[in-house]
Design a binder for this molecule. Sequence first.
Ligand code: ZN
Length: 114
Amino acid sequence: MSDTLPPCPECSSTYTYQVDALLNCPECGHEWSASAEGGDDTATVRDSVGNILSDGDTVTVIKDLKLKGSSTVVKVGTKVRGIRLVDGDHDIDCKVPGIGQMGLKSQFVKKVTE
Ligand SMILES: [Zn+2]
């Protein structure tokens, strides 16, 4: 819980106030999303141990993942190359060897540094 709201990105006014998920500036009328702090548009996706993931990274699966609606299991230790970060519940889009295109959750993978 923080009482300190970020200053207006347009005019740097510190008299910003919050309405629901939006921050408002009374001086220039600018409105912006309270969650988009730091001026970075892209959400940072981190793996199970906090490494920042980016497109094209190689990861390994840290636990057996059962595919919904099938008996296929992505085994722990499976190496997945060339991941692509996407929005959503499964925030990694990738091609798993022997299985095919699927979505993974970043909390179930670990980045491999090659
Ligand atoms: Zn302003």
